[in-house]
Design a protein around this ligand. Sequence first.
Ligand SMILES: [Zn+2]
Length: 122
Amino acid sequence: MRAVRLSGTAPELAVRKLLHSGGYRFRVQRRDLPGTPDIVLPRYKTAIFVHGCFWHRHENCSKATTPKTRISFWKKKFDRNIQRDRSNASALSAAGWFVLTVWECEIREPEDLLARLSKLLK
Ligand SMILES: [Zn+2]
């Protein structure tokens, strides 16, 4: 369940700013694509999802904690998110898109993140 957002979340804005500083041209929130990718780089045929570590279960990340109560409720919720992420990614790749995930925690090291992205965007 996503509310309508006009401007994007803070992590999304940070990634956009970073890409912009790297000279990349992009579009945001392409609703006609599976999962409405947060950022789309048409020239690279690349869709980027900026994921919160907690909700999207970033593996081995300290931010992806599991609440101690209502464990099965959370597990179901997390499983659903993971499933949805997977099916969006496979629908996009089937349509010829390259799919990248940027994790919220990566934004803390913007230079490393930009280096990673520019390596992938070719
Ligand atoms: Zn993380």
